[in-house]
Design a protein. Structure first.
Length: 292
């Protein structure tokens, strides 16, 4: 099992490290094997070498079903060729469809099955006939699509995608957002085990875990008890939606004593500690707290 930290190719993350050697010493000092990179970029200011990258999180459009199909395929194909050049072992792809209004109001416009069928069709167009060497790992969110709530739709996605090296990236925090009544990490671990109990045949296909948590059900319940309206200004909309989403999905260390047993039950190839942090010091603190 390889253990990584997520690393965003943004000025905020890049400025925390003086060089590629500094970054490498940081994660190896914490007994990590490398990075899961996002978003994909060839311009890393010389601070990320290809041999440091174990996985790549593709930059996925959440509201994509009405976008130009050729543009989407070209975008992902370009990304996947870069992943091939880097020699990464896996890519992560979100299987979801949610527009800004849906994420703001929770009034959803598609079923899980509709999104899974549309996503599988896109994935097959993207991957059929290609000879990519990496795993294609499909990640859950709490919106319509892959969310691990129904064993039948989870199996449907796996059956519909043709690509041989396919599997799942289980994001533990995203799954917790499907239950607004969880109040502590012990309950969260038990909830994840119940999901695995219900679809045990899927466990061998969970090749990776984004290991993080945020128990924000009370925030969501309070949010849903009031009426919220998005701004008509697109730039304001983005700000409103991202503020709301980050209040739900905090990406904090999963530290309960039962987490190790949960990971051992799944026995994944990859575990990524995927955190949202304010600086290098907080990143180091979170990694020390959450590492298995």
């Amino acid at each position: 099992m390889k253990e990584m930290m997520n690393f965003s190719v943004s000025d905020d993350d890049l400025q925390r490290f003086s060089s590629a050697d500094d970054l490498r010493q940081f994660y190896t000092g914490l007994r990590l094997n490398g990075l899961e990179l996002m978003p994909l970029s060839k311009d890393t200011q010389g601070k990320v070498n290809p041999d440091m990258v174990v996985g790549v999180h593709l930059c996925c459009a959440s509201d994509w079903m009405n976008l130009d199909r050729k543009m989407l395929i070209d975008h992902y194909r370009d990304n996947l060729e870069t992943v091939r050049e880097m020699g990464a072992e896996y890519v992560v792809f979100h299987v979801t469809q949610v527009d800004p209004e849906e994420s703001f109001t929770y009034r959803l416009k598609h079923t899980d099955e509709e999104v899974i069928r549309a996503s599988a069709d896109l994935i097959n167009e993207l991957l059929d006939g290609q000879d990519y060497p990496f795993w294609f790992l499909m990640e859950n969110l709490w919106w319509p699509g892959l969310n691990f709530l129904n064993p039948d739709t989870t199996r449907l996605l796996l059956d519909l995608v043709h690509y041989e090296k396919k599997g799942f990236m289980l994001d533990t925090g995203h799954f917790l957002h499907t239950n607004h009544d969880l109040v502590n990490q012990t309950e969260a671990v038990a909830y994840l085990h119940r999901m695995l109990d219900a679809q045990e045949e899927m466990i061998p296909y969970i090749h990776g875990i984004h290991l993080q948590q945020s128990l924000t059900g009370e925030y969501v319940k309070h949010w849903l008890s009031e009426r919220h309206t998005l701004s008509d200004d697109p730039s304001m909309q983005m700000c409103e939606v991202f503020t709301h989403i980050f209040a739900i999905d905090k990406h904090q260390p999963f530290t309960d004593s039962g987490v190790r047993g949960l990971v051992e039950r799944i026995n994944p190839d990859y575990v990524t500690y995927e955190y949202i942090t304010e600086n290098r010091e907080q990143l180091e603190e979170y990694l020390k707290m959450g590492k298995l």
